[in-house]
Ligand binder design. Structure first.
Ligand code: C2O
Ligand code: CU
Length: 472
């Protein structure tokens, strides 16, 4: 049973959850198999009770703020792709039409779907050929903030990304408005291996203000909701409202630190899963991660929400929080919120989920070293995918991964098909810091199949930093 989601609370009453949770609502055992009844016929629902969605991948044009046009691959002609929304427990039937010139798949990042629906070419399905279609069908559960993207080659950095939201029946936090903030790094040209993208656009990364010895892709800009910093998305708010912001990072190779001018942020969900609220001035969102935060609109004006790369020297992305009726001028491009210079930054250890794995010792433990050879090969325990042994697990086991990062780059490690317990919270992607950073997580092997475990930096994954987790 889940003590939070089963409570029938009005939005106003839910406001007190921080105190209630802190006062000792126990962590409940994980019940990811719970499914709510389908809510019946409505538009988009077929007789069988599934919500029908069509998604077309095709070449298309993106026009950025200054009018520059780019040829990209897009879902439904939009960048980012359309926000797919479902109600918790609903059945989704999503038909992918491939109108691109290469094989493609869609991965529903974070949702523990049945293995054949997971969208990993060569592992869970054959690539969907040009002109072909494929039907993905799964239950929209558990509720949360997710994303979808192509899992074929480097197509994610061609533009095949989008947000996916599963609405809670009863949110544990109150809010009046819900905005998505999709953080992306935008490539002007077709992606290739990093060394092949070398040339004038090739950039050196930096670490802690020092130039580092690694390359980053030559991104044209960092974007929020598909908009560059000089043509930002504007989020309208009214004084007194609570604004839920869903931060989603489907970018190819960028880890962001995010802060808002004039406002603190209360983190309420990590990778879509509810957590006890914790108020901070900034937080880091790495590739594949999602965080939901609530902002109290109590400081009228026009404020920047800024997402700055922690590794590279690209101009930070931004959106604007604008109070209705405010005459305040637009914040200057390059204005840096206080929260990016100091204040409290969220740490993983600050988070306490409302659900958790039961306590227990692992049945099986893997010690995994993350490292690389030069800039062209990235490895897990010295092996580079696809020339890598599967990580074997058996159904019902509690499996522990101890990861250590022998490189200086960040590796956001993502496990398909499962949530894992990391510290006090359930996640599906966790950032392993560079320079001997260590992270341990546990998961229950409760979703049989062949699952990918990999770094969500697209270029690291393509250069080998992936393994199969195989049920035997
Ligand atoms: Cu976003 Cu293999 O995943
Ligand atoms: Cu990596």
């Amino acid at each position: 049973m889940d003590p939070i989601l089963n409570r029938r609370l009005t939005r106003r009453r839910i406001v007190t959850v921080g105190a209630a949770a802190a006062a000792g609502w126990a962590l409940a055992p994980l019940t990811l198999t719970a499914r709510a009844a389908s809510s019946g016929a409505e538009s988009g629902q077929s007789q069988a009770g599934a919500r029908e969605i069509r998604l077309t991948a095709a070449e298309g044009e993106v026009v950025l703020g200054d009018g520059t046009r780019y040829r990209k691959w897009l879902y439904d002609g939009a960048f980012p792709g359309p926000a797919l929304r479902a109600r918790e427990g609903e059945r989704l039937r999503i038909t992918l039409q491939n109108r691109t010139t290469a094989g493609t798949t869609v991965h529903w990042h974070g949702i523990p779907v049945p293995n054949p629906m997971d969208g990993v070419p060569g592992l869970t399905q054959a690539p969907v050929g040009p002109g072909d279609s494929f039907v993905y069908e799964f239950d929209a559960a558990p509720a949360g903030t997710y994303m979808y993207h192509s899992h074929a080659a480097l197509q994610l950095d061609r533009g095949l990304i989008g947000p996916l939201i599963i609405e809670e029946h009863t949110p544990h936090v109150a809010y009046d408005r819900d905005y998505l903030l999709v953080l992306d790094d935008f490539l002007a040209d077709s992606p290739g291996p990093l060394e092949a993208m070398a040339g004038n656009g090739r950039r050196r990364g930096m670490m802690g203000g020092m130039m580092g010895g690694f390359v980053v892709p030559p991104y044209a800009a960092l974007l929020i909701n598909g908009r560059p910093p000089d043509d930002p998305d504007v989020l309208e708010v009214r004084r007194g409202e609570r604004i839920r912001l869903r931060l989603i990072n489907p970018s190819g190779a960028t880890t962001y630190r995010v802060a808002a001018g004039g406002h603190r942020m209360t983190v309420t969900h990590a990778d879509g899963q509810p957590a006890e609220p914790v108020t901070v001035d900034s937080l880091v969102v790495s590739m594949g991660e999602r965080y939901d935060v609530v902002v109290e609109a109590d400081n009228p004006g026009a404020w920047p929400i800024v997402a700055a790369s922690v590794e590279a020297r690209h101009r930070p992305a931004r959106a604007i929080l604008r109070y209705r009726g405010s005459k305040a001028p637009m914040p200057a491009v390059g204005a840096v919120p206080e929260g990016l210079r100091g204040g409290r930054m969220l740490r993983l250890g600050d988070l306490r989920g409302l659900r958790a794995l039961p306590e227990g010792a692992p049945d099986r433990t893997y010690n995994l070293t993350l490292s690389g050879r030069g800039e062209t090969v990235w490895t897990i325990d010295g092996q580079a995918w696809p020339d890598a042994e599967p990580i074997r697990v058996s159904r019902g086991e509690r499996v522990r991964f101890n990861m250590v990062n022998h490189s200086m780059m960040l590796h956001p490690m993502h496990l398909h098909g499962h949530f894992f317990q990391v510290g006090g919270v359930l996640k599906d992607t966790v950032l392993v810091p560079g320079h001997m950073g260590r992270v341990t997580f546990d998961f229950i092997a409760d979703n049989p199949g062949r699952w990918l475990f990999h770094c969500h930096n697209l270029y690291h994954m393509e250069a080998g930093m992936a393994r199969e987790v195989r049920y035997t």
